[in-house]
Design a protein around this ligand. Structure first.
Ligand code: ATR
Length: 270
C-alpha cells in the first residue's frame, strides 16, 4: 500500500498511527506518509502522487473541497456534501470518496448508544464542514427531523436550503429550546476543544434516553459529554469518528476491511 494524507498542516495527524496499525495487523507492506501542501501546491502534489504510484490518499483541511475538481469520479456522499476526504487512484484517475459520513454513523452505532436513527430527531450545533457530513449521514439513516443551530444563523439557513425541509433552523440563543423533543445532540462546533471556549449548553428537559455526541475529541471527555454523563445520558466521544472514517479508506487501497478494536482506540488516544 502506498498512501498518505494531504493537508496543511498535517504534522499532528493521528492517521498514520491508524493505517500503520492495520498494515502491521494484516501484513500489508508499504507506507502512509504525511504530505504537507499549501493550497497553491495541491495540484502539483496530486500529480506527484500519481507519478509515484500511490494507491490513494486522505485529504484534510484545507483541501477537502478544493480537491473536487481534480476528481474524475465522486461517490454519492462526496457529491452531496461537496467534500472528499479519501481518494483512490486507479489507472491515473482520481476516485473521490467521503468516508466521514460512515465514520460518524459507525461511531454512534458501534458505541451501542444508538441502535437506529430511523425516525429520530436530532439537534446539530454548528454549520461548518463537519455539520454537512453529519446532516447527510442522519438523512441517509432515515432521521425524521434535524434542528440546526449555529452562531451565524445564515450558515444554518444555507444548509437548510441545500438539504431541505428535514432541517429546521433555530437561533443560537435558543439552542436548548428543543431539548424535550430530541433523541440525539451532536456538537460539530469547535467549542469545548482544548484551548477553545467551553460550549455552554444546559441539559434541562433532555430525555434520559437522548444520546449526546461530540465531534471534538481533544479532550476525549469534553465538558459537554461530562455534563451529559452527570445527567444520566449516554455520551459518545468523537475519537471513533476519526478511526471509523479511516476503515473504508484502508479498504479502498488494500481490499482489506480492517477491524476497529480497543487496542487501536487506546493507541490513538495515547
Ligand atoms: P468544521 O469544518 O470542522 O465544521 P468550521 O467550518 O470552522 O469547522 O466550523 C466551526 C463551527 O464552530 C462553526 O459552526 C462556527 O460557528 P460560525 O459559523 O458562527 O462561525 C462554530 N463556532 C466556532 N467558534 C464559536 C463560538 N465561539 N461560539 C459559537 N460557535 C462557534
Amino acid at each position: 500500500m502506498k498512501a498518505g494524507l494531504i493537508g496543511h498542516p498535517v504534522a499532528h495527524s493521528k492517521s498514520p498511527l491508524i493505517h500503520e496499525y492495520w498494515m502491521k495487523q494484516y501484513g500489508v507492506t508499504g507506507e502512509y506518509n504525511l504530505i504537507d501542501a499549501p493550497p497553491e501546491a495541491l495540484e502539483e502534489t496530486i500529480k506527484r502522487l500519481i507519478d509515484e504510484g500511490y494507491d490513494g490518499f486522505n485529504v484534510t483541511v484545507p483541501h477537502k473541497e478544493a480537491i473536487l475538481p481534480f476528481c474524475d469520479w465522486l461517490d454519492e456522499g462526496a457529491k452531496a456534501i461537496g467534500a472528499v476526504n479519501s481518494v483512490s487512484i486507479k489507472d491515473g484517475r482520481l476516485l473521490g470518496h467521503n468516508t466521514d459520513v460512515y465514520g460518524f454513523i459507525q461511531n454512534l452505532k458501534s458505541s451501542g448508544a444508538v441502535k437506529t436513527l430511523q425516525g429520530k430527531t436530532a439537534l446539530i450545533l454548528g454549520a461548518g464542514g463537519a455539520a454537512r457530513a453529519v446532516i447527510y449521514g442522519l438523512m441517509k439513516e432515515g432521521a425524521k427531523k434535524i434542528y440546526l443551530c449555529n452562531r451565524t444563523r445564515k450558515k444554518a439557513e444555507n444548509l437548510q436550503n441545500e438539504f431541505g425541509t428535514i432541517i429546521e433552523v433555530i437561533d443560537w440563543k435558543n439552542r436548548e429550546d428543543q431539548n424535550a423533543n430530541i433523541n440525539l445532540l451532536v456538537n460539530t462546533t469547535s467549542l469545548g476543544m482544548t484551548g477553545k471556549p467551553k460550549l455552554k449548553f444546559s441539559m434541562k428537559d433532555l430525555s434520559h434516553n437522548a444520546v449526546v455526541n461530540d465531534i471534538v475529541y481533544t479532550p476525549l471527555e469534553t465538558p459537554l459529554l461530562q455534563n451529559a454523563v452527570t445527567q444520566g445520558n449516554q455520551a459518545v466521544t468523537g475519537i471513533g469518528m476519526l478511526i471509523y472514517q479511516a476503515a473504508p479508506a484502508f479498504e479502498l487501497w488494500t481490499g482489506i476491511q480492517p477491524e476497529v478494536n480497543d487496542d487501536l482506540q487506546n493507541l490513538v488516544l495515547s
